[in-house]
Design a protein around this ligand. Structure first.
Ligand code: SF4
Length: 343
């Protein structure tokens, strides 16, 4: 886990909820975690501060009028829903738990507005228990580094197997801060720390991919400026959500993420312009398997080269990215011309 050690040397400071947790007050950790959902850190900080001046415990939360609570929670995302949830939460905490926040997973999960992510954070930060809170940042970055899962829940299970316990409580804070600043959904690898890049498997893939594009002189083009010349193209397709997609006589589950399709435009009357535009039009009559995927995914980037290198490129990409079966070509024996990269 050298990469975590190196990152710890770089990332200083605490996310808001971790800062609030220093008071070791489970009520405040629970409430601020609920406030933080779909809300920027600065807003969570401002709103929590305002709220905790007036609402210090479950009794205060029970007493406060829902409208007043709403105005204290504004401008947190979904502040009206959160006010309603917090009022329900106060009622359950008072009636079932004598005004205290329970300290085990099952009981926490039975509370209104509390899912596994919130419960894990409360257990680890407020009760100092060995738990891993997997939010979107922890899920994304740990998948880029050391696990291969589809959902945050699966990541939590996998991380418990691969991550030494000494990192369980701190990984959330570390990766939340790193994910917000550098390793976001679109990673800013050019701004990343050199020592992290050297250890990052995802960066190695992106670098190898770029090397292949450079080797064959691929350049990125806008859909409106595709030249009518022959050559090879790569479509980078983004699939927002995992989906079962039928193509030809087959069907398979396509995970959410990026797909790279390698195609060629070398026949008589066939050029890059008319071939790629046909993909872009999403025609009803599908001619290529890839067009079934394009019904659901969006072309994010188009790369072209005037070299006829479709199969060479496909073979090289199969050593870097995950080949998708069923997309091989009849001309060569390559595994596929479609490749997957996790987001
Ligand atoms: S090199 Fe890129 S993918 Fe790897 S940790 Fe840094 S930003 Fe994230």
């Amino acid at each position: 886990m050298e990469i975590i050690e190196r990152l710890k040397e770089r990332i200083k400071g605490d996310a808001v909820v971790t800062e609030i947790a220093k008071e070791r007050d489970p009520f405040k950790v629970l409430v601020s975690t609920i406030i933080s959902a779909r809300t920027k850190d600065e807003v969570t900080e401002e709103v929590s501060k305002k709220l905790f001046e007036k609402v210090k415990d479950v009794d205060d939360l029970l007493k406060i009028d829902e409208k007043e609570l709403e105005s204290l929670l504004y401008p947190a995302g979904f502040y009206k829903n959160k006010a309603r949830t917090l009022k329900k939460l106060a009622k359950v905490l008072k009636e079932k738990y004598n005004g205290e926040v329970p300290s085990n997973m099952d009981e926490l999960l039975s509370l209104p507005g509390v899912g596994v992510k919130t419960a894990s954070l409360v257990l680890s930060l407020a009760f100092n228990k060995d738990e891993i809170c997997v939010d979107t940042h922890v899920h994304r970055i740990s998948n880029r580094w050391f696990i291969d899962t589809e959902t945050p829940e699966e990541s939590r299970e996998e991380l418990k197997k691969v991550l030494p316990k000494k990192y369980w409580k701190s990984i959330n804070n570390l990766l939340v801060l790193f994910g917000r600043s550098i390793c976001g959904p679109k990673p800013k690898c050019d701004k990343c720390y050199e020592e992290i890049k050297e250890l990052c498997p995802y960066y190695k893939k992106l670098k190898a991919l770029k090397e292949v594009l450079d080797k064959y002189n691929f350049k990125k083009v806008s859909p409106k400026k595709i030249p009518d010349e022959r050559g090879t193209y790569i479509l980078k397709i983004k699939l927002k959500n995992g989906k079962v997609i039928k193509f030809g006589n087959h069907e398979r589950f396509f995970k959410k993420g990026y797909y790279f399709y390698v195609g060629s435009a070398n026949g008589k009357n066939i050029n890059l312009k008319n071939r790629i535009e046909r993909h872009l039009r999403k025609e009803k009559n599908k001619f290529w398997h890839i067009d079934y995927l394009l019904e659901h995914g969006a072309i994010e980037d188009i790369y072209i080269t005037n070299k006829s290198v479709e199969c060479e490129v496909a073979k090289e990409l199969s050593n870097i990215l995950e080949p998708i079966k069923g997309f091989g070509c009849s001309d060569c024996k390559c595994v596929s011309h479609l490749f997957y990269l996790k987001p």
